[in-house]
Design a protein around this ligand. Structure first.
Ligand SMILES: Cc1cc2nc3c(=O)[nH]c(=O)nc-3n(C[C@H](O)[C@H](O)[C@H](O)COP(=O)(O)OP(=O)(O)OC[C@H]3O[C@@H](n4cnc5c(N)ncnc54)[C@H](O)[C@@H]3O)c2cc1C
Length: 387
């Protein structure tokens, strides 16, 4: 179909990628966000090769390679610093045809915004409802503004109100069972090699460092905790020092070097896979459609796959918008459901849901030459639409 007008609600990585893909399909795009100023939530993100391929397709390949970190190796260590396994990630790149790029979220957002056109996002517009007729769909904003187009895309994140409109009821998010602290620190040999993703594991916890552009590491810590523990930024260092007491020197150095004021602490939630991702001329993408635990590093990559798939189906089919959206739902539903389930399973294993299984995983890591880990990562990438 040609000459469509697309209304995108939400200018996170999903909404911006969608706006770009739709623009490149030749469509007129309006994009709205509720915030007064766009700032990414979180510090860094690993964009696996499937997400990078979408960016390549949208003409951002050189730029993502420039801002991405050189993650060429991966290593697991015990909490006291014994190397459990270390290997080159180049077999993944050879198998799937594209390197992954860990990247700072600010850099990623700025790249996408520049490509979309920073003044294209209409800020301070909170969507409160959607309406549709046989010929059009309208996003309605708190301000009274109404944006009408051929299609409305709900890219409004994990608390999506457009999801409630599409499903006819709200969805309850499920606490995955752990808290994640994340941020950026200057790269340093005392922390990790500048081309390696290093992960320390023990006590059902993780501490991880991966290189992003600008000679920095994106770090995170995971600790299983009950839901609703207090978030006190002034206590982050103390909290982490207590949870990771006795862990290896790089973990201690990281805790001392992180800037608590620039560190995020989030409880991790997902949602059950949805049967419905569209209603007539309204489609959900990104976290609105599939909030997943970050344990595969795939939530944002799936948002990018959604964006590309939807734009491609609107462009290549000719039976009407609602038909293209049904096809989008058919092609994405099982893919994103699988990612949610796999991520949840992986989170359970990593974070000690069944302690014996986590112990067994620690033992298996000592026998690992990288093959099992890389097969799992490659399989997730290759099951996507960009191959
Ligand atoms: C700790 C952590 C680590 C992660 N690591 C990775 C990783 O390594 N790799 C990866 O691929 N993914 C990762 N993810 C997942 C990734 O962050 C998300 O999947 C991704 O940010 C989703 O993008 P989105 O655009 O769908 O939603 P969001 O980024 O949440 O954007 C939604 C936008 O909609 C706007 N909005 C909301 N409601 C309204 C409204 N009513 N009206 C108008 N605007 C509205 C918001 O202001 C926001 O700008 C991680 C997530 C977490 C929590």
């Amino acid at each position: 179909m040609q000459n469509l007008k697309v209304i995108v609600v939400g200018a996170g990585m999903g909404g911006l990628t969608t706006a770009l893909a739709m623009r490149q399909a030749g469509y007129q795009v309006e994009i709205y966000d509720r915030v007064r100023e766009l700032r990414p939530a979180g510090a860094g993100i690993s964009l696996w090769s499937n997400g990078v391929k979408v960016l390549n397709r949208l003409g951002l390949g050189d730029e993502i390679a420039r801002i991405g970190g050189p993650m060429e190796h991966m290593a697991y260590y015990s909490k006291t610093g014994e190397k459990l396994t270390a290997f080159s990630l180049s077999p993944i790149v050879e198998r799937v045809g594209q390197a992954p790029y860990p990247v700072s979220r600010t850099d990623l957002q700025s790249m996408l915004l520049t490509a979309v056109g920073p003044d294209q996002v209409q800020l301070n517009q909170r969507c409160v409802a959607v309406e549709q007729t046989a010929d059009s769909a309208t996003a309605i904003f708190e301000s009274g503004h109404r944006a009408t187009g051929d299609v409305v895309i709900g890219a409004d994140g994990t608390h999506s109100i457009i999801r409630t409109e599409v499903l006819g009821q709200p969805v309850e998010r499920r606490y995955v069972g752990y808290v994640n602290w994340n941020g950026l620190v200057p790269a340093s040999d005392e922390l990790a090699a500048r081309n390696s993703w290093d992960i320390y594991v023990g006590d059902h916890q993780r501490a991880s460092l991966m290189p992003v552009g600008g000679d920095r590491f994106y770090f995170f810590f995971d600790v299983p905790l009950p839901k609703g523990t207090e978030n006190q930024p002034e206590r982050y260092r103390e909290e982490l020092s207590s949870h990771f007491s006795g862990w290896a020197a790089p973990v201690q150095t990281l805790i001392q070097r992180l800037d608590p004021a620039q560190t995020n602490r989030v409880e991790i939630y997902d949602i059950e896979p949805l049967e419905t991702l569209v209603k007539g001329r309204v489609a959900l993408i990104g976290d609105a459609a599939h909030s997943t635990a970050p344990d595969l590093g795939q939530g944002g990559c799936q948002a990018m796959e959604d964006a590309w798939t939807l734009a491609n189906l609107l462009l290549t089919t000719n039976l009407g918008v609602a038909d293209a959206l049904e096809r989008y739902q058919d092609s994405r539903r099982e893919r994103v459901a699988q990612v949610i389930r796999k991520a949840r399973k992986r989170s359970d294993m990593t974070h000690g849901k069944v302690p014996a299984k986590t112990r067994q995983w620690y033992a298996e890591l000592t026998q690992e030459d990288g093959t099992t880990i890389m097969n799992a990562i490659s399989e997730t990438i290759l099951l996507g639409p960009m191959n």
